[in-house]
Design a protein around this ligand. Structure first.
Ligand code: GLN
Length: 389
């Protein structure tokens, strides 16, 4: 038989998504892959019902339905503080996953370097492989996940084509300050680099932190591709609606990549989602409060369990330290945790460039009752007999 492509030879499947399958197998409380167990707003479900009974069941315009782009442009112009043109600056994609890979394929040539902060969301590793890019990793150093400016400049001195910025950051929960973003912006201009952002947690930020859109900093909009999605903001991860916002010159080519990859995001779902894009400011305030309550509840629970953990400034992930269990293989530990304790987490070795085996990631986008059940199950961690790792 002929060999499969070299491109995919080094690929593993996504460990995040694999953990969901493991959670299902053992009927574990799934705090691994980040998605809610609660419903989207009722208006949104009603809108979908109405759309399903109508006649919008064929392709939308490949780069996004007109009314969806108009509603998105209005919402993002307000939050980002810059005027976004729905005609020339938006590509609607199948989740921000597609937005990110389409952006990478648009700006990166095989062999180009791309700066990635570590820990990083695991898709960026795959995006680099698919686009032929070589990642240069810059460390985010715990506990505050700050970067070292000299290390960052050393990365820029290697003339990367792009930098990937996940803000608020998965899995660290870091929210980059305006001053930090300005440092990145200055280097991006000085070294003539694109910046591809992943801002899917833009509306999930905890006081006193605030989300600053990278593209809103002076002088960088022309080199920034802002990717995000509706998944987390409106609790519709299964709808797969994402987007890239960029200057017209870049958008034009992202649209072509997107067209040949997927043709387009689901037309009826775009139509229904316009309802969400038109929500007022109170929706976003309530969302923050909703997640802040979950965060506090889960953090308190972990504290009671005596597990050392990170405190997120944004997004909905917590990294817990499992060193005390003498683990050398965090993946094995997570499989054991799902099977024996009944809670699924993601082994953080999938998020770090260096060899990290003592951290696991929980997410808390779940009903309080679900989180309470997970915490109750985790109590057994201290008493249960552990295997020889
Ligand atoms: N962002 C989510 C996570 O990190 C998952 C997204 C996905 O699986 N596409 O768990």
């Amino acid at each position: 038989m002929p060999e499969l492509s070299k491109r995919t030879a080094g690929f593993t499947d996504s460990v995040i998504r694999r953990m969901t399958r493991i959670a299902n197998k053992y009927n574990a409380v799934n705090l691994s892959q980040g998605f809610p167990d609660f419903d989207p707003p009722q208006e949104l479900k009603d809108a979908l019902k109405t759309v399903a009974g109508g006649s919008l069941h064929q392709y939308a315009i490949t780069w996004g339905a007109q009314n969806f782009r108009e509603a998105l442009a209005r919402k993002q112009s307000k939050f980002m503080g810059t005027e976004i043109d729905p005609e020339t600056q938006i590509v609607v994609t199948c989740g921000s996953t597609e937005a990110m890979i389409a952006a990478m394929l648009t700006v990166v040539n095989p062999g180009d370097k791309v700066v990635v902060f570590s820990p990083f969301y695991e898709n960026y590793g795959a995006d680099a492989i698919l686009s032929g890019a070589e990642p240069i990793y810059v460390h985010l150093n715990p506990p505050h996940f700050n970067f070292d400016v000299e290390e960052l400049e050393a990365a820029f001195k290697q003339h990367p084509k792009a930098l990937i910025l996940c803000n608020p950051s998965n899995p660290s929960g870091k929210v980059f300050s305006r001053a930090e973003l300005q440092i990145i912006a200055d280097f991006a201009i000085k070294y003539d680099t694109f910046v591809i952002t992943d801002e899917v947690y833009e509306h999930i930020v905890y006081e006193p932190y605030e989300h600053v859109y990278f593209a809103s900093l002076p002088g960088v909009a022309d080199r920034t591709i802002s990717c995000s999605s509706l998944s987390k903001t409106y609790s519709i991860t299964g709808w797969r609606l994402g987007y890239a916002i960029a200057p017209p010159r870049i958008t034009e080519n992202i649209r072509k990549v997107h067209d040949f990859l997927t043709v387009g995001a689901a037309a009826p779902l775009q139509e229904a989602a316009v309802t969400a894009l038109n929500f007022g400011d109170d929706y976003y305030r309530d969302l923050q409060a909703h997640y802040a309550a979950k965060r506090d509840f889960f953090l308190q629970g972990l504290k009671k369990l005596g597990l050392k953990h990170t405190v997120p400034q944004g997004a909905y992930y917590i990294m817990a330290d499992i060193s005390e269990f003498g683990v050398t293989d965090d993946l094995k530990f997570c499989e054991w945790l799902a099977q024996e304790i009944g809670v699924a987490a993601v082994p953080c070795s999938s998020f770090f460039k260096n060899n990290v085996n003592h951290l696991i990631r929980f997410h808390f986008a779940k009903n309080i009752e679900t989180l309470a059940e997970a915490l109750k199950r985790l109590e057994r961690l201290q008493s249960i007999a552990r295997p020889e790792w």
